[in-house]
Ligand binder design. Structure first.
Ligand SMILES: [Fe+2]
Ligand SMILES: [Fe+2]
Length: 188
């Protein structure tokens, strides 16, 4: 599906604020795709669509995964908000004709995942550092991006983990797995 059409549909499913976030993430994805030689149109589509399932109620999320045979774990069952990634990927593949690779980027955007692709990393970073977020260490983060994409991803994973610790909230094992993979195999 064309980017403009996807945008129109996303707009009908999200609040004004979340749609604005999605547009900002799309713009940041475009910027990063150009920087790291990724297909700009694909990155833009993944950016605009990444939170398509964010405003579905938790009850509906649990219903959706059951009806669509999406496997979930204990942490996701207890924190259904996390499921917006898996559900968003499913919707984008089925409704917008996204490839598995594009779906994977949406699936991985909240927690990270082992062996992330370039596209996964771009969306992961774009979601945290889109302009409207006012990411506090943006200059430092951008300097890491000059050195390597992996350094920036690791920095964001570390921030996310620290935030979960501060909130005394459960941590999804995929974030730890993503971090361990980067420590071992990343360009750091
Ligand atoms: Fe999200
Ligand atoms: Fe987001």
């Amino acid at each position: 599906m064309e980017l403009e059409k996807i945008k129109e549909i996303v707009k009908t499913r999200l609040s004004e604020k979340r749609f604005h976030h999605s547009e900002c993430v799309m713009n940041r994805c475009i910027e990063l795709a150009k920087k790291f030689n990724v297909n700009v149109e694909i990155a833009a589509k993944v950016g605009i669509a990444h939170d398509i399932a964010k405003e579905i109620t938790n009850e509906e999320k649990l219903k959706y995964v059951e009806e669509n045979n999406i496997e979930i774990d204990e942490i996701e069952r207890e924190n259904p908000t996390l499921l917006h990634s898996k559900i968003g990927a499913d919707i984008a593949i089925k409704e917008f004709g996204f490839t598995e690779e594009m779906g994977q980027a949406i699936r991985a955007h909240t927690t990270g995942i082992t062996n992330m692709s370039l596209l996964d990393k771009i969306l992961f970073i774009a979601d945290r550092t889109s302009i409207e977020r006012g990411f506090p260490d943006i200059e430092y983060l951008n300097s890491l991006l000059e050195e390597s994409l992996d350094k920036a991803v690791l920095y964001i994973i570390d921030k996310k983990i620290m935030l979960q610790i501060e909130k005394k909230a459960a941590m999804h094992p995929d974030s730890i797995i993503a971090r361990n993979y980067l420590l071992k195999n990343g360009k750091l």
